[in-house]
Ligand binder design. Structure first.
Ligand SMILES: O=C(O)CCC(=O)C(=O)O
Ligand SMILES: [Fe+2]
Length: 333
């Protein structure tokens, strides 16, 4: 593919996204498959087959027996809630560095699909870029240590899944692990804490706002932790986007919900499709309280070179790839 064709490929991803802001309809006919990672080393070949099939068919899947226990996950959520409960003036000391995916923002992410700011605040942790961005121990004791620990455990789970995809793509098992090496300054995987605001009574019929507008993720693989009772996530496989029929993914604390991002789609020569997803505002009659979620984005290191087994697209570094995508998604940073 020529440079010009590659550029228009990027543009077409954006154009695709900008058409996805409509309500659409809801279907529960799709199955979001659950894959058991238990006894991983012995069952790896079988697990790799199951992950591949789920990823190719729907693109979203859930992991069971993934090795992060419930108490630890709840602890991470408790810390996240305490962070978001800090006074605005404290959080504002740690503003988002957009190009580095690090720091705090509120109502600043405008998705091309909706043109309105997501009704949320988020705090992003990207290891090499956190200087000056951690709340002090006085402000929130234990936060930094707990979050770095949770980030590392999430990385482990993501690398297990990616090692399966590596095998299926004809790479060696450690291929993606090397490309996501946390010891290098070019590391750019991100743990993102999310808080979607409770809906004020006067806003409860405002269906034109989105907690998170429809989008695909930019990364290789996203792990998403959800809280019991705090639903709203809906998915739409890329290959079925014309149907505009969305499938809810109800939260289940025992499972980690996963989706393929655009970076792995490109790296797999489009064999593994990225998928649209969104978080809808509650409708009248739904739970109107706050929603918390935590996402881990496995994004290859900036200097990792993305080139698929069949070389369908020109090689590009993961840094250049992300710069193009992030630039289009935030306002005022
Ligand atoms: O909070 C969620 O359930 C989804 C978040 C998400 O899709 C994102 O931050 O990319
Ligand atoms: Fe997402």
């Amino acid at each position: 593919m020529s440079q010009a064709a590659a550029a228009s490929h990027e543009l077409s991803e954006l154009a695709k996204e900008s058409r996805m802001g409509a309500m659409g309809s809801v279907t529960t006919a799709r199955e979001v498959r659950r894959i058991d990672l238990g006894d991983f080393d012995r069952r790896k070949a079988e697990i790799a087959d199951q992950l591949w099939d789920a990823a190719v068919d729907v693109g979203f899947f859930q992991l069971a027996n993934h090795g992060i226990d419930l108490a630890r996950m709840r602890g991470a959520f408790a810390m996240a809630e305490r962070f978001f409960a800090l006074p605005e003036a404290v959080k504002a000391q740690y503003p988002l560095k957009k190009a580095l995916n690090a720091g705090w923002e509120s109502r600043a992410q405008v998705r091309p699909s909706t043109g309105t700011p997501d009704q949320k605040e988020s705090y992003q942790i990207t290891r090499p870029h956190m200087d000056g961005l951690w709340p002090t121990e006085d402000e929130l004791a234990g936060f930094q240590a707990a979050m770095l620990d949770f980030e590392a455990r999430s990385w482990q789970v993501a690398m297990r899944v990616l090692s399966c995809f590596a095998l299926k793509l004809g790479f060696d098992s450690g291929f993606f692990t090397r490309a996501h090496d946390p010891a290098r300054p070019s590391y750019q995987s991100t743990l993102r804490l999310l808080h979607y605001y409770a809906i004020a009574p006067e806003a409860q019929t405002q269906i034109d706002l989105w907690r998170a507008g429809a989008h695909t993720d930019f990364d290789c693989l996203t792990l998403l932790y959800q809280r019991q009772g705090q639903g709203g996530l809906e998915v739409l496989p890329g290959k079925e986007m014309e149907t505009q029929a969305w499938t809810p993914v109800p939260p289940d604390e025992d499972a980690i919900t996963c989706n393929i991002g655009d970076m792995l789609m490109r790296w797999s020569d489009d064999q593994l499709p990225s998928n649209f997803h969104r978080v809808k505002n509650p409708l009248p009659g739904d739970y109107m309280g706050p929603r918390y979620s935590i996402a881990f984005f496995a994004q290859a290191n900036r200097d990792a070179v993305i080139e698929g087994p069949g070389r369908k697209y020109p090689a590009i570094t993961a840094g250049d790839y992300l710069n193009q995508r992030v630039a289009a998604n935030f306002k005022g940073y």
